[in-house]
Design a protein around this ligand. Structure first.
Ligand SMILES: NC(=[NH2+])NCCC[C@H](N)C(=O)O
Length: 304
């Protein structure tokens, strides 16, 4: 398979979609590793397998309706495999294998067949201390935006998944790209105060537009830089509540077609009426309770 990813929205040809089956029992509060799951466990609303299976089946149907080739990881018993995004990511014709948080480490095993199809020549493995997850990496033509945490207590946050070392290495692999690191607010237990991955606070859509949540960035200058790159009128700003519901994390099938959650009424209306997009709405509320949404559930391999 010839990988090809240059941005977030080119017409999608093949993608890996995560798996809802056999997600195992919910973690205890102490063992949870993102604030949204923490919140769901604490409030006794952690989703059930049958409900997330229903939601992912709806997602798969939309992808197939648009002639996207859908791959799935192999099944690991009693292990959450919904969020394909973080396991690896594609830039141009290279697949970079993430160094994901230890709690999710086994997920990578399930991608062996997919890695084999890509071929070792196009796979990049990073040194062990270079931490990075696909949710923090947003490739946008000449730019690569990377969410990170520069804080000294980086290691104390389970929600800090990408470090400076990984960014330095990516700069060496992609010297022609303008790599923009964006420091994200971290909080392991309060989903209103911290951002797990960059794609929970910022996501490009269409040809020149984006969805963005201002308070997800540690520095206002980082936020302003992104707004300047896209232009104010091309940015859809989400509120704290909308960030919590994961509005930024919709998924593009092409510059004109997005898959969104049917509860995102303000966003979906804006996309249709002001930006002329086709919005495929599906129910995805249950999956949102585990800290990710539509973008997080996918790992695009080929876009036109
Ligand atoms: N790209 C994303 N935002 N992925 C969401 C992953 C959520 C998962 N519970 C984790 O903590 O790792």
């Amino acid at each position: 398979m010839k990988l090809n990813i240059n941005n977030e929205t080119g017409k999608l040809k093949s993608v890996v979609l995560g798996l809802p089956d056999s997600m195992g029992a919910p973690h205890s509060l102490e063992d949870s590793f993102d604030a949204k799951s923490y919140h769901s466990i604490q409030n006794n609303i952690y989703p059930q397998e049958k409900d997330i299976t229903f939601e992912m089946t709806e997602f798969e149907k939309i992808l197939k309706k648009h002639d996207v080739e859908v791959y799935r990881p192999s099944l690991i018993k009693d292990y959450n495999q919904v969020f394909a995004r973080d396991v690896a990511f594609v830039i141009e014709d290279k697949m970079i294998i993430s160094n994901i948080i230890q709690d999710r480490y086994d997920e990578q095993d399930a991608y062996r067949k997919i890695f084999a199809r890509v071929g070792w020549k196009n796979i990049i493995n990073l040194p062990e201390s270079a931490h990075i997850e696909g949710g923090d990496v947003i490739s946008w033509n000449n730019f690569i935006f990377i969410g990170t945490c520069f804080s000294e207590d980086y290691r104390n946050f389970k929600t800090a998944r990408t470090n400076e070392y990984a960014i330095e290495i990516l700069k060496e692999y992609f010297p022609k790209k303008r790599i923009i690191d964006l420091e994200l607010k971290k909080n392991d237990t309060d989903p209103f105060q911290g951002i797990l991955h960059l794609d929970c606070t910022f996501n490009p859509i269409g040809k020149d537009k984006c969805i963005i949540y201002k308070d997800g960035f540690v520095s206002e200058d980082d936020y302003k830089l992104v707004v300047q790159i896209f232009g104010e009128s091309n940015c859809f700003h989400v509120t704290k509540q909308e960030m919590f519901e994961m509005n930024p994390n919709i998924f593009s099938i092409s510059p004109e077609i997005v898959v969104s959650d049917s509860s995102f009424t303000r966003l979906n209306k804006h996309l249709r009426e002001n930006w002329g997009m086709t919005v495929e709405e599906i129910p995805y509320r249950e999956i949102s309770k585990m800290g990710g949404l539509l973008r997080c559930s996918t790992l695009p391999l080929v876009r036109e």
